[in-house]
Ligand binder design. Structure first.
Ligand code: FAD
Ligand code: NAI
Length: 466
């Protein structure tokens, strides 16, 4: 039986990054993946394909709606969904084969098959009829997550779909019903809205992106409504039915009245759940909690200390960069180092247009903690750069400690926010004050000036351009 220092189960951003770091640190490493492409949810049916379609649909939207204002004349603009999906598939293929290249480069053995525990050190790899056993001194569970749904809204993957099917539709829906105004619902809803679908979102909570800062949620609600999204807030979905060419969603509104909505597709986007099926955790003495997540301590060790778990399969944000950082953390821990992750500084990004990005605590969270804070915000429309590019929606909000001026949270809705947020993450990692940001020279004309102005507004109410 082949023996390894580390066996990683699952090749998503958590697993493959853990494997690379293990190999870099001189550990003999194998990675087990049940599919024949590496990269997990993120590369195959998550981050990368969704961003590819978001970019294509944004180009289409601009060609149709903003090029003329920029003085660009075009002929008839048509959306070719088949080509969009084909391009997306090519991007996915290239990205996944990049992971295979990295595995080979780092001499990591890739084993295709379903990994399951025989005992605390032996992993069975089953691929069709082929069965192999391998032994690991340490094992990292990185098996990720799958789409969640509640009774009555089971996806049939034809008209009642999850994000996976929404990334490969063969026609542009006439009307897409979306259950859940979270990240997936709004990103993929935006793709099809831009391509011409009517989009109606049914959300249980009183605000969209319920875990984000309230100001951002409010501002984005305005943007969505202006672009034609219909939002049904505080609606409890009871039943979703595929009636052939039509899908019917029945929900209860705030007044407990039954509401019936019709469309040709219904995207169920009500969160994701940890995936541990087939792993036989109990054979390795690994415990899962009541939500199905693998239970870990602060060192990401399971109830069997040489078995670790990372990424979507454990508690915390279900984000690729969180999974990656946990992968590096565990590899370094196994190699005897003392790594650290600051969970408060994991940024969250929604890749709509404008983009939304956030780091640290929200105003609501800080108020609930009884923290005394100062808030400064700056509207994007006041920036010269925004007027030049015609992307004028949004704002940047900086929240600082009232006494010390330390930045506690930054929330933005703006063109390019996905990249702008890193200034805030870096500043907060070094425990910068709002005044530190206000005194740093920011290039003109850029969207980053809104960060400086919001910091000026937070530090002593001295934003200059409003
Ligand atoms: P996964 O990526 O889920 O990988 C787990 C892997 O383990 C899979 O390949 C699976 O096949 C394999 N596996 C499972 N069980 C076994 C087994 N028994 N044996 C062998 N292999 C097994 N996050 C972001 O940060 N940014 C984004 O823009 C973003 N966009 C997203 C868009 C969509 C539509 C979706 C669905 C998700 C998105 N996410 C995004 C979330 C991101 O994809 C996940 O947080 C990330 O993939 C988690 O990584 P992971 O390594 O923990 O698990
Ligand atoms: P989510 O947790 O972001 O949103 C789910 C939404 O559904 C919430 O607003 C919730 O209130 C609502 N909801 C729950 N039950 C409901 C019900 N019965 N009826 C109506 N609404 C209901 O989950 P989502 O969008 O499915 O995404 C899953 C995960 O994938 C997220 O945790 C996210 O971290 C990750 N992801 C990240 C992306 C990014 O970083 N840009 C993009 C896409 C996904």
């Amino acid at each position: 039986m082949k023996k390894y220092d580390v066996i990683v189960i699952g090749s998503g951003p958590g697993g493959y990054v853990a494997a690379i770091r293990c190999a870099q640190l001189g550990l003999k490493t194998a990675i087990v993946e049940k599919y024949n492409t590496l990269g997990g949810t993120c590369l195959n049916v998550g981050c990368i394909p969704s961003k590819a379609l978001l970019d294509s649909s944004e180009h289409f939207y601009n060609a149709k709606h903003t090029f003329a204002d920029h003085g660009i004349q075009t002929g008839e603009i048509k959306a070719d969904l088949t080509q969009m999906i084909a391009r997306k598939n090519k991007v996915v293929e290239q990205t996944c084969s990049g992971v295979k290249y990295l595995m080979d480069k780092n001499k990591i053995e890739v084993l295709e098959g379903i990994g399951s525990f025989k005992d605390k050190n032996i992993v069975i790899v089953q691929s069709g009829k082929n069965k192999k056993e391998i032994e690991g001194k340490n094992i990292i569970i990185a098996t990720g997550s799958k789409p969640n749904y509640f009774p009555g809204m089971e996806p049939d993957k034809k008209r009642i779909i999850t994000s996976t099917e929404a990334l490969s539709l063969t026609e542009i829906p006439k009307k897409m019903l979306v259950i859940g105004a979270g990240v997936i619902g709004l990103e993929l809803g935006a793709v099809y809205k831009r391509l011409g679908s009517e989009v109606e979102v049914i959300e249980f909570a009183p605000k969209i992106l319920p875990t984000m800062d309230g100001t951002i949620s409010k501002e984005f609600t305005k943007v969505l409504k202006k672009s034609g999204f219909k939002l049904h807030m505080e609606h409890k979905v009871q039943k979703v039915e595929n009636k052939g060419k039509e899908v019917i969603v029945k929900a209860l509104n705030k007044k407990n009245e039954e509401v019936e909505l019709k469309g040709d597709y219904c995207l169920v986007a009500v969160g994701r759940k940890a995936y541990t099926e087939g792993l036989n955790l109990e054979k390795a003495g690994v415990k899962a909690n009541e939500r199905g997540q693998v239970e870990v301590n602060d060192q990401l060790q399971t109830s069997s200390p040489h078995i670790y778990a990372i990424g979507d399969v454990v508690r915390g944000a279900m984000l690729a960069h969180k999974a990656e950082d946990e992968g590096v953390f565990v590899a370094e821990l196994i190699a005897g180092q003392k790594p650290h992750i600051n969970y408060n500084l994991i940024p969250g990004v929604v890749y709509t247009w404008p983009e939304i990005a956030s780091v640290g605590k929200t105003e609501e969270e800080l108020k609930a903690e009884g923290k005394e804070i100062k808030v400064g915000s700056f509207p994007i429309k006041a920036l010269g750069r925004a007027r030049a590019s015609m992307d004028i929606s949004g704002l940047i909000k900086v929240i600082a400690d009232k006494q010390t001026d330390e930045i506690l949270g930054v929330h933005m809705i703006s063109a390019r926010a996905a990249d702008l947020i890193m200034e805030a993450v870096t500043a907060m990692e070094y425990r910068a004050s709002a005044e530190d940001i206000a005194r740093i020279c920011h290039p003109h004309p850029t969207y980053s000036e809104a960060m400086k102005e919001a910091a000026m507004a937070a530090t002593e109410d001295r934003a200059m351009h409003i």
